[in-house]
Each structure stands twice: as structure tokens, then as C-alpha cells.
Design a protein around this ligand. Structure first.
Ligand SMILES: Cc1cc2nc3c(=O)[nH]c(=O)nc-3n(C[C@H](O)[C@H](O)[C@H](O)COP(=O)(O)OP(=O)(O)OC[C@H]3O[C@@H](n4cnc5c(N)ncnc54)[C@H](O)[C@@H]3O)c2cc1C
Length: 234
């Protein structure tokens, strides 16, 4: 097994929620971390409006954020949801708690705001570098080397690290390389949901009030499809 030291160069693919949190934590631990992210910097450009749906952030999710010292800042972005509020076809509602444990609830948080916060915090560390607009195109796992499209020069370049960590999401190039390069036991299966989703907004009333109860995750279950609503904004 490779031993790590503080001069270990770690390369992470993808600066989404996992990549930016992981990069931040490793920089805090004194490692040199580079992250290659295929999209533009979401703090400077509108990246993808269709993925703006809020996240339900549990105590488990908060534990990771606490580890990097961000619990308080993250809580400022959260709207507590004390349970699910189920809406049936007759218009009746039923509340169902998230947890049997006292005082535990789940939070609604903007994915974008959370990701931006993690990127800002990672940027504070000299040893953390994030390169945006650079898509990883292939991966050599044995040599911890990736090929990526360098947006500045519009050419393919190679990046060799000591350790490579893949956090490049559902269509991960790193995972595909693990499947193809079968040098060790690796089992994998992928199932795509047949559903799509559309995002709708329920604006506040004219006098700025919530139209439905604020502190719930609303669900309209209808068999093969459903509508959900999470509180957002302040
Ligand atoms: C509709 C929907 C609702 C969800 N709701 C919740 C929820 O309420 N609560 C919850 O906990 N989870 C929820 N999830 C799951 C959650 O979004 C994922 O678990 C989480 O985003 C995974 O984070 P990640 O960093 O691994 O991947 P991602 O957030 O997908 O980030 C991957 C990053 O890698 C980048 N990337 C991809 N390919 C490359 C490449 N080749 N080179 C360089 N960069 C690359 C991408 O641009 C992206 O920035 C939801 C998911 C969906 C789709």
C-alpha cells in the first residue's frame, strides 16, 4: 500500500459536492490537492439552471461539513424541514417525522450555495487548486494519470499525480476506467431511472408569506410519478 505524506500530490476529478468537500478536507490535512472540473466556475457563470433543485441535507450530511468546520455557515443556508407532509388526492395532509430521535430534522439547502461555499473555503488553502473548464477524457489508473482537455489552450494534456480520487458524478470517467482496466476485483452495476423531472416554483403571496407550510418537505405521491416541494429562499 502506498503511504502518504504531506508532499503527496492528490488529483481529484470533479469539483461537485463530494470533490470540493474532499479537496477542502485534504488541504486542511496538509496535502497538495488539484481538482479538475469540466464545468465553468459556478461562482462566475450560470452553470446549469436545470440542476438548481434544493437538497435535503440530513445530520449525516452535516457531519461531513462539521468535520471541515463549516457547520455554522451551512446552517445559515438551511431551512429546517421537521418531516414530510403528504398531500393525498382529496387535499388532506398527513405529517410524517423524518426521525424518531428528538430534535432531529432534515434541512433544505441550495445545492449551488453549498457548492459555492465549499469552493470558497477550498480556495483559502494555498495547497488546493481548482481548474475549471477542464474535462477529464481518459484515466490511467495504474499510473494515477489522467488526460484532460485544457480549455486555455484547447489541447489534450496529461496530469500525473501520486493518488487519483474520482468524484466526477454519475457518468464518472474514473469509474469507467475501473471497469475497463480490471486489474483488481471491481463489481459495478448502473441503473438509470426511467423518470425525468421538471422544476416548478411556488412564489410567495403578494404580502411575502409562504403559500404552503414552510418547514416541511411536501410530497404529492401519485403512484408512477410524484410532486415534491422543498422550501427555498429566506
Ligand atoms: C434530482 C436529484 C435530486 C437529488 N436530491 C438529493 C437530496 O435531496 N439530498 C441528497 O443528499 N442527495 C440528493 N441527490 C443526490 C446528490 O445530488 C448526489 O449524491 C451528489 O450530487 C453527488 O455528489 P458528487 O460530487 O459525487 O457528484 P456531482 O454533484 O454530480 O458532481 C460531479 C462533478 O464532477 C464534474 N465532472 C463530471 N465529469 C467530469 C469530467 N470528465 N472531468 C471533470 N469533471 C467532471 C461535474 O461537472 C460535477 O461538477 C439528488 C440527485 C438528483 C439528480
Amino acid at each position: 500500500m502506498k503511504t502518504t505524506n504531506k508532499k503527496t500530490n492528490i488529483l481529484i476529478t470533479g469539483a461537485g459536492l463530494c470533490g470540493s468537500l474532499l479537496g477542502l478536507r485534504l488541504a486542511q490535512r496538509g496535502y497538495h490537492v488539484d481538482i479538475l472540473e469540466k464545468r465553468p466556475d459556478m461562482r462566475k457563470a450560470v452553470v446549469d439552471g436545470g440542476r438548481s433543485i434544493n437538497l435535503a441535507l440530513s445530520d449525516r450530511g452535516l457531519a461531513g461539513l462539521k468535520l471541515v468546520g463549516l457547520e455554522e455557515k451551512v446552517r445559515e443556508l438551511c431551512i429546517p424541514m421537521h418531516g414530510r407532509l403528504i398531500h393525498d388526492v382529496e387535499g388532506n395532509t398527513f405529517a410524517s417525522n423524518y426521525s424518531g430521535r428528538d430534535g432531529e430534522y432534515i434541512n433544505s439547502i441550495s445545492r449551488e450555495e453549498l457548492n459555492k461555499l465549499l469552493l470558497d473555503e477550498a480556495d483559502k488553502y494555498e495547497d488546493a487548486h481548482i481548474d475549471f473548464d477542464d474535462a477529464v477524457t481518459s484515466v490511467d489508473l495504474k499510473n494515477a494519470t489522467v488526460t484532460y482537455r485544457d480549455s486555455e489552450t484547447d489541447t489534450e494534456k496529461e496530469w500525473k499525480a501520486d493518488i487519483l480520487l474520482g468524484t466526477d458524478g454519475a457518468g464518472s470517467v474514473v469509474r469507467k476506467a475501473m471497469m475497463k482496466q480490471r486489474d483488481y476485483l471491481f463489481s459495478h452495476s448502473m441503473n438509470w431511472l426511467p423518470h425525468g423531472y421538471k422544476e416548478l416554483s411556488i412564489p410567495p403571496t403578494d404580502d411575502g408569506k409562504w403559500r404552503i407550510e414552510k418547514n416541511f418537505l411536501h410530497i404529492w405521491p401519485r403512484g408512477g410519478f410524484m410532486l415534491i416541494a422543498l422550501p427555498t429562499g429566506r
